[in-house]
Design a protein around this ligand. Structure first.
Ligand code: THU
Length: 130
């Protein structure tokens, strides 16, 4: 977990968040032990901005990883930040039982399971007709 947190922290320092000033770093642990990090990347056209978690996921998938065991999130908020709803949906596609760790600025941390954060998810199975 230390390596995952360190990777998320390093990514947070590169966050591009001039509008919210809310920097987020995320790091995903793939089943083969490799780690993929991302940060939030905001835009002057606000809805275009993307979250750290989905950017980490994109980096991992681009590298050929589609199975994950854990996610670390690092922010400068006092209270550990959970992933937003859109990121929960993006993550559940690949890792429905992902362990999600979040660390705040004063070291407080929280842990959830993605299955608890997003009960009754919409999945590929939901698209089946019969
Ligand atoms: N943000 C993330 O990167 N991840 C989340 O799960 C919640 C929000 C970013 C989006 C935006 O750049 C900033 O935090 C404020 O919402």
């Amino acid at each position: 977990m230390d390596a995952l947190r360190t990777a998320a922290d390093a990514a947070m320092r590169n966050a591009y968040a001039p509008y919210s000033q809310f920097r987020v770093g995320a790091a995903l642990l793939a089943v083969d032990g490799t780690i993929y990090a991302g940060c939030n990347v905001e835009n002057s056209s606000y809805p275009v901005g993307t979250c750290a978690e989905r950017n980490a996921l994109g980096a991992a998938v681009a590298a050929g990883r589609t199975a994950f065991t854990a996610l670390a999130i690092v922010t400068e908020a006092h209270t550990p930040t959970p992933p937003c709803g859109m990121c929960r949906q993006a993550l559940v596609e690949f890792a429905p039982t992902l362990s999600v760790w979040s660390v705040g600025s004063v070291g407080a941390h929280a842990e959830w399971n993605l299955g608890d954060l997003l009960p009754a998810p919409f999945t590929g199975q939901s698209l089946r007709h019969a």
